[in-house]
Design a protein around this ligand. Sequence first.
Ligand code: LMR
Length: 401
Amino acid sequence: MPAVLDSLKTIPSDAILGIMQLFRADEDPNKVDLSVGVYQDESGSTPVLECVKRAEGEVYAAEDTKSYVGIAGNPGFNRGIEEILFGADHPALAGGRAATVQTPGGSGAVSVAGHLIRRAKPDARVWLSDPSWPNHRQLLGLAGVALEHYPYYDRGANRVDFEAMCAAIGTIRPGDSVLIHGCCHNPCGADLTRAQWQTLAELCERHDVVPFIDIAYQGLAEGLEEDAYGVRLMAERLRELVVVASCSKNFGLYRERVGSATVISPDRERSATVASNLSNIARGIYSMPPDHGAAIVARILSDADLGALWARELDEMRERLNGLRRLLAGKLAERGTTTDFSFIANERGMFSFLGISREQVIRLREEFHVYLVESSRINVAGINQRNVDKVADAIAAVLQD
Ligand code: LMR
């Protein structure tokens, strides 16, 4: 008799986290990690932010119980995150139209939102950008949501193909959702302009499409306020909106798993109903989110000095990323590569595509110990003054042969 488990097939390792494992196993002292989306400083480490260290000490000192917090998580965190996303005076908050649950990372938020969409409208489809973060498919697919794709990035021209995107969204059925990256598009780094957000808001309004914004990198493109432009605009213009957010990158809390799912409803009454469903879904998936990271964020956001320190540390990370983009683009230009990589300097956040083949990516890894995701996505945060020439030489070499 075959065992029940015999029906399972081995699953290939994760497209992103699998490369992280390969990197860790490589013993080359000069290896370079441009794979998983984790910020690195000039020394190549991912330090705990100073504001986090301080807040963590205060949380630890004040903590007098490990009893449960609750299904929706830390209320101070939820309120603080709503204010960062929408701005404290946003009419959607004042009107009681926002319902937020703290989630295990941005991934947990995508999952909760997917389940909510499925429950509210079982035949609704969620449209993902082509390309998108690979785990969107997995998280939403496991939530039972049907997925479609809209064109987003023109790989030849290295820019957003906004016309094609709008043409596709114009054909979407009313009640479907379109998942949009709020800023720092993962994986391509090409963001929407303000004018494009406005066009998109009109389009969603006209076609009764529900925007579903994933903002996992707020503060790492142009600034904390600037990066929320699309979220705030959509919350003003649309009756319904889903926003999922993460504190992994902008608070550097990766392993603590801190995120949020917010739904904007047409009115206060419907928002209360949505809140009850968000809690019920969270209870059914993981019962309650972990507290530690969210308590740290809540502490930072409720203390003016810690908040100001966080803003400074976030500015520093963003400026470093944008500087690295210019540095790498310049180094590649010096090598006279046939590809013009100047687009890297104009894109935002951690990621850009090199636009090279899978074979060239594997060569970079095996021959030069430079690790990136097989789609050719690089994490520019892995570049530093010591490795930039090695990286540029390696890219130029694989492009040449
Ligand atoms: C990434 O895209 O590299 C990060 O968001 C990490 C992850 O979980 O995939």
